[in-house]
Write a protein that binds this ligand. Structure first.
Ligand code: FAD
Length: 517
């Protein structure tokens, strides 16, 4: 494949068995697209940006990038492609921020739609009894936060990083430490405007074309392009108490996590991470966290141990603190962490939600942001989380200094099972996210080859153990793997595809369906 660079073309275990559509090779494609009357415009040169993503591993060059100004630009382009000679095999990928990991927002030889350029009525906040915000599918969550805060409101469910687009996260799920209470972001949507794979513009909701609505939520971009979304809001607080505590036993840590999600009177956010073979951990926290007991904390040595960090946050308004500290003390008294390791910080709500941005700025300044990211996100049923931890932490994964390993549970009861998102069949599910960076040219334990081999060992272990684990932000190579991923939901998923994108034009980078010749 001529435009595929680095490991995708030569990596033995990651050679796609569902091939990408061949480059149309036809010079008539650009001239045909040029005949369209649009509010926005196409570009046909310097398209390398659209052939890259955060994963920085897969690179598939499109033929054109559409910079739409209106919804009708997107609709006309899809209709035009549908009417073209099918031998062109032309496909269309919406691209949010391109923060995918394995080329999911790329379209080899096709058209990439730069969703951030979509204009429209802007961000509209409805402040009535059931407040919501209407936004473009290409809007960044960080902008949604700033706009809604002007009205004392905020979305309830987030991702850890806010410089992602609304359409991009709603095509997956959008999971963070609020999901145990509010479900993922796809559970907090009232209505969508979608351009289907037939080019129709449809407004859908739980009561109107519900099949499309639930199909698109978590639908990996397969049924339509989200051009607008109506997202549920709640009252926003101004500040947060941000607490970290450490454990040396996984079972004590996970029991406490499960205890916290069992109560409605708990923290507003809860996550956790695994620390393997990391030195100087507490020193690196000291700039932003204060130990509750500095003398005891200074005697605590983290070096060489596997530790589990529980991270909790309570939102509050400084002018109305009544009983807050006491509530927190009470919640903490029910937990079994190592007493000397209680660390606390107080920051604004915005600083907390936008926390990963600071890391991004630091990493960018060192040239360490635009490097390959062989991330692996898994959903593990609670009944097998101890087996998973025993086998993976310290055995398969011997170091966490390449990037964080997140782990936290949520209640399935808070998730709407009508969306396209699939999870293991249990009441409590853990998200486990391995988020390493692989500096280019490294051949050591932080090198791309090493981490990808490690990921494969983790996946093989899950398959062999028959956990019923699912990938989040899934990446598979064969149709059989996709069928297994969706399990009993496959038929519905495939039926929705034939209803809304029968020519398999949309989101080819997910490599689920292939455009017919
Ligand atoms: P893209 O990568 O551009 O697109 C993702 C997929 O959706 C592609 O298939 C694309 O074609 C399709 N798509 C894009 N826009 C639309 C649209 N408008 N309509 C239909 N389909 C569309 N995820 C979490 O759940 N929780 C986290 O805490 C979290 N943290 C992250 C932190 C970082 C630093 C990064 C890089 C990613 C994180 N993610 C997290 C993953 C994130 O949800 C995905 O990267 C997701 O794809 C959103 O990124 P994006 O907006 O750039 O979408």
């Amino acid at each position: 494949i001529p435009h595929t660079t680095n490991i995708c073309s030569n990596h033995s275990f990651d050679t796609p068995t569902i091939p990408f559509p061949h480059h149309s090779g036809s010079s008539s494609v650009p001239s045909s697209l040029k005949t369209l009357t649009l509010d926005g415009y196409f570009t046909f040169d310097n398209l390398e940006h659209a052939a890259n993503d955060f994963g920085n591993i897969f690179h598939y060059l499109p033929t054109a990038v559409l910079h739409p100004k209106s919804v009708s630009d997107i609709s006309s382009t899809i209709k035009h492609i549908m009417d073209m000679d099918s031998a062109t095999k032309l496909t269309v990928a919406a691209r949010g921020r391109g923060h995918s990991l394995q080329g999911q927002a790329q379209a080899y030889g096709g058209v990439v739609i730069n969703m951030e350029s979509l204009e429209g009525p802007g961000i509209f906040v409805e402040t009535s009894e059931v407040p919501y915000v209407d936004v473009s599918g290409g809007e960044l969550w960080v902008n949604v936060l700033h706009e809604t805060l002007k009205y004392g409101l905020s979305p309830k469910s987030w991702t850890d990083y806010l410089h992602l687009t609304v359409g991009g996260t709603l095509s997956n799920a959008g999971i963070s430490g609020q999901a145990f209470r509010h479900g993922p972001q796809i559970n907090n949507v009232y209505q969508l405007q979608v351009v289907t794979g037939r080019g129709e513009v449809i407004t859908c909701s739980d009561t109107k074309t519900a099949d499309l609505f639930y199909g698109v939520l978590g639908g990996l971009g397969q049924f339509g392009i989200i051009t607008r979304a109506r997202i549920s809001l709640g009252p926003a607080k101004k500040m947060v108490k941000w607490i970290r505590v450490l454990y040396s036993e996984f079972s004590t840590f996970s029991n406490d996590q499960e205890h916290l999600i069992s109560s409605n009177n708990s923290f507003d956010y809860m996550e956790g991470f695994v620390i393997i073979n990391r030195t100087g951990l507490l020193n690196s926290w000291r700039s932003s966290f204060n130990p509750k007991n500095p003398i005891q904390a200074s005697q605590f040595s983290s070096d060489g141990k596997i530790l589990y960090c529980l991270e909790m946050v309570k939102y509050y308004n400084p002018e109305k603190m009544d009983g807050l500290n006491q509530d927190i003390e009470e919640l903490l008294s029910e937990l079994n962490y190592i007493p000397s390791t209680l660390f606390l910080s107080e920051v604004s709500y915005v600083e907390f939600l936008d926390r990963v941005r600071m890391s991004e700025i630091k990493l960018r300044s060192k040239g360490l942001w635009e490097v390959p990211h062989p991330w692996l996100n898994l959903l593990i049923p609670k009944s097998r989380i101890l087996d998973f931890a025993r086998e993976v932490f310290g055995k398969i994964v011997k170091d966490s200094s390449n990037g964080p390993i997140l782990i936290y549970p949520f209640n399935k009861a808070k998730w709407n099972n009508r969306t396209s998102m699939v999870t293991p069949e249990e009441d409590i599910i853990y998200l486990v996210a391995f988020l390493p960076s692989a500096p280019p040219l490294s051949t050591g334990t932080d090198g791309l080859e090493h981490i990808m081999t490690q990921n494969k060992r983790i996946l093989d272990f899950c398959t062999k153990a028959g956990f019923g684990a699912k990938q989040y932000l899934p990446h598979y190579r064969t149709l059989d793997e996709w069928r297994a991923h969706f399990g009993t939901h496959w038929e519905t998923f495939a039926q929705r595809k034939s209803a809304y994108d029968p020519f398999a034009i949309l989101a080819p980078g997910q490599r689920i369906f292939q455009k017919a010749v």
